[in-house]
Design a protein around this ligand. Structure first.
Ligand code: NAD
Ligand code: UGA
Length: 497
C-alpha cells in the first residue's frame, strides 16, 4: 500500500510541528521535510536569516535551546518552511497534522471540549488536493476517536483510487527541553487500525523513527489507545503536581518541608523522584486544556465521578495559584496597594518564551487588582506579549484568523486596553532582573530561570525597600538560608514556619 517514506509534509509550524520535524529532517537526510502553515508571518520567522553579528538564528518564532543550530544545518538542504500548503501535501508520502487544538470558547462544550476546527480543515484540504495515496498522522493532541472522523472526511472527499491510512502519533516533548526530548524520547507511540494497510502504515512511520530511536522504544497500539494515552499521560503528570501542591499547603501550616517530603516519597521506586516539585501552580498550553478535554469526554460518556475526579486536579491548580497570591498579600501586612512588586519570570517555565496559561499571568492580574505597582522581567518573553497577556481575557472568542499564536486577540479593544495600562504607569517592564527589583518591597519568583538563582542577591537587597520580601513560587529553587542571612524575609512554597 505504502512505499518507504521519502517526502514528509507537516501542517502546522508551531511549538510542536517546528521542532519535531526539524529534528526529523536532521536525523533523516534522505527525507525531504516541508513544514507549512497558514500564518505567513510565522513561516517568514522560520525562514529568517541568522543575526549578522553572532550568526545565531534569533528570529525563529519558537525559542528552544539547541533548535537554531539544527534549523541552520538543515534549512535549504532537506528542510523547508512554506505557505505553499497544497504543493507540500501533493509531494508528501506522509503528512503530520500538527495544528492547534485549543479549548472551545463558544458553542457546545465551550470551556471544555477541544476545538477540532483546525484539524478538520487540514483534513479536508488534504482530501481535496491529494493526487496520490498517503499516510496521515495525527500529531496534534485530540479527543479519543478523532481519527475516525478524519477517516470519514478523507474517504468522502478524496479522488477515486486514492487510499489514506490514518495513524495516531502523539507528541510527548516538553517545552524548554524539546530538542533533547525529541532526540532521546522515552517512547514513540504509534496507533493504527488493525488492518493490513494500517499495520503497514505504522511500520513505515516506525522506520522513519528508527533512523535515531531504538526499536524497543517504539510502541505500537490501537488507534484509540494511542489517542487516549496522550490525554492520560498529561492528566497523570498534572495530577502529580496538584498532589504535591496539596501537600505543600499542609507543610506550610505544620512546619514540614515539601522538599523533604517529596524526596522521601520519591525514594520509593514505585513513586519515583521526578515531577514532584511544589510550585505556585502548573501552566503551559496543554495540561489544563487536556484535563478539560478528559473531563468533557468523561461527562459525554456519562462517567460523572470520573469527570469529577479529574476536575479536582484543575481545581487544586487554581487554588494553588490563588493561595500563593494570597500568601504574598497577607505577608505584606494584608495590603499591597501602591507597593512595588518585582515579578521575576513571565514564561510558564524556564527556557521557553511561551506564556500560554503561565501562572505569572494570573498572579500579575491578581496583584494589579490589589493595586500593586509591578516591575516584570523575563529573559525571553517579548514585551508586547506581556502587555497582551496582562489585558487579554483568554475566555473571549478570538477574532484572529491565526489563533494558534498563543490565543492572542488582535483587535482594537485590545490595543486600547494595552495603551491604557501603559499610560497608567502601574506596570513597568524591566530589561534585567536587577532593574526590576529596584525600589521594590517584594520580589516574586514566578518562573525558575537559572539566572534568578545566581542573581547578586546582596545587590538586590541593598536597592530594595525594607523589610525586603522574597516569595519563591518554586520550592527549593532559591537558597532560603542564604537569603535570610542577607536580611530578606522569605516565603517559599511548601516551607513551613
Ligand atoms: P501552535 O499554536 O504553536 O501551532 C499550531 C500551528 O498550526 C499554528 O501556527 C497555526 O497557524 C497552524 N494552523 C492551524 N490551522 C492550520 C491549517 N488549517 N493549515 C495550516 N496551518 C494551520 O500549537 P502547538 O503548541 O504546536 O500545538 C499543536 C498540537 O500539539 C496541539 O494539539 C497540542 O495540544 C499538541 N502538543 C503541544 C505540545 C507543546 O509543548 N506545545 C506538546 C505536545 C503536544
Ligand atoms: C507537558 C508534558 O510534560 C509533556 O510531556 C507534554 O508533551 C506537553 O505538556 C504537552 O502535551 O504540551 P510542558 O507543558 O511543555 O510539557 O512542560 P512541563 O515540564 O510539563 O511543565 C508544565 C508545568 O508544570 C510548568 O508550569 C511547570 O512549572 C509545572 N511543573 C512541572 C510543576 O509545577 N512541578 C513539577 O514538578 C514539574
Amino acid at each position: 500500500f505504502h512505499p518507504p517514506v521519502r517526502s514528509i509534509c507537516c501542517i502546522g509550524a508551531g511549538y510542536v510541528g517546528g521542532p519535531t520535524c526539524t529534528l526529523l529532517a536532521a536525523r533523516c537526510p534522505h527525507i525531504q521535510v516541508t513544514i507549512v502553515d497558514v500564518n505567513p508571518s510565522r513561516i517568514a520567522a522560520w525562514n529568517s536569516p541568522p543575526d549578522p553579528l553572532t550568526g545565531e538564528l534569533t528570529g525563529l518564532p519558537v525559542f528552544e535551546p539547541g533548535l537554531g543550530e539544527v534549523v541552520k544545518a538543515c534549512r535549504g538542504r532537506n528542510l523547508w518552511f512554506s505557505t505553499e500548503i497544497d504543493e507540500a501535501i501533493r509531494a508528501a508520502d506522509l503528512i503530520f497534522v500538527s495544528v492547534n487544538t485549543p479549548t472551545k470558547k463558544s458553542g457546545i462544550g465551550a470551556g471544555y471540549a477541544a476545538d477540532l476546527h483546525y484539524v478538520e480543515s487540514s483534513t479536508r484540504r488534504i482530501a481535496s488536493v491529494a493526487t496520490s495515496s498517503k499516510i496521515i498522522v495525527e500529531k496534534s493532541t485530540v479527543p479519543c476517536r478523532t481519527a475516525s472522523s478524519m477517516r470519514t472526511i478523507l474517504e468522502a472527499n478524496s479522488r477515486p483510487g486514492i487510499h489514506f491510512d490514518i495513524l495516531s502519533n502523539p507528541e510527548f516533548l516538553a517545552e524548554g527541553t524539546a530538542m533533547r526530548d525529541l532526540q532521546n524520547p522515552d517512547r514513540v507511540l504509534i496507533g493504527c487500525l488493525d488492518t493490513p494497510s494500517g499495520r503497514e502504515a505504522a511500520d513505515r512511520l516506525g522506520e522513519v523513527y528508527e533512523n535515531w530511536v531504538a526499536p524497543e522504544r517504539i510502541y505500537t497500539t490501537g488507534l484509540w489507545s494511542s489517542e487516549l494515552s496522550k490525554l492520560a499521560a498529561n492528566a497523570l503528570l498534572a495530577q502529580r503536581i496538584s498532589s504535591i501542591n496539596s501537600l505543600a499547603a499542609i507543610c506550610e501550616s505544620t512546619g514540614a518541608n515539601i522538599g523533604e517530603v517529596a524526596h522521601a516519597c520519591g525514594l520509593d521506586k514505585r513513586i519515583g523522584p521526578n515531577f514532584l516539585r511544589a510550585t505556585c501552580g502548573f501552566g503551559g498550553s496543554c495540561f489544563s486544556k487536556d484535563l478539560l478535554n478528559l473531563v468533557y469526554l468523561s461527562e459525554s460518556l456519562g462517567l460523572h465521578p470520573v469527570a469529577e475526579y479529574w476536575r479536582g486536579v484543575l481545581a487544586m491548580n487554581d487554588w494553588s495559584k490563588a493561595r500563593f497570591a494570597q500568601k504574598v498579600v497577607s505577608t505584606m501586612f494584608n495590603t499591597i496597594t501602591s507597593k512595588r512588586v518585582a515579578v521575576l519570570g513571565f514564561a510558564f517555565k524556564k527556557d521557553t518564551g511561551d506564556t500560554r496559561e503561565s501562572p505569572a499571568i494570573t498572579l500579575c492580574r491578581t496583584f494589579l487588582e490589589d493595586n500593586a505597582l509591578l516591575s516584570i522581567y523575563d529573559p525571553k518573553v517579548p514585551h508586547e506579549q506581556i502587555w497582551r497577556d496582562l489585558v487579554n481575557d483568554p475566555s473571549r472568542p478570538s477574532p484572529s484568523p491565526y489563533p494558534g499564536s498563543g490565543g492572542v486577540l488582535l483587535d482594537s479593544s485590545l490595543d486600547a486596553s494595552i495603551a491604557s495600562l501603559k499610560s497608567s504607569s502601574r506596570v513597568t517592564l524591566a530589561s534585567s532582573a536587577l532593574e526590576a527589583c529596584r525600589d521594590a518591597e517584594a520580589v516574586v519568583i514566578t518562573t525558575p530561570w537559572d539566572q534568578f538563582r545566581t542573581l547578586d542577591w546582596q545587590a538586590v537587597f541593598s536597592q530594595m525597600q525594607k523589610p525586603a520580601f522574597v516569595f519563591d513560587g518554586h520550592s527549593g529553587f532559591l537558597d532560603v538560608a542564604r537569603l535570610e542571612k542577607i536580611g530578606f524575609k522569605v516565603q517559599a512554597v511548601g516551607r513551613g514556619p
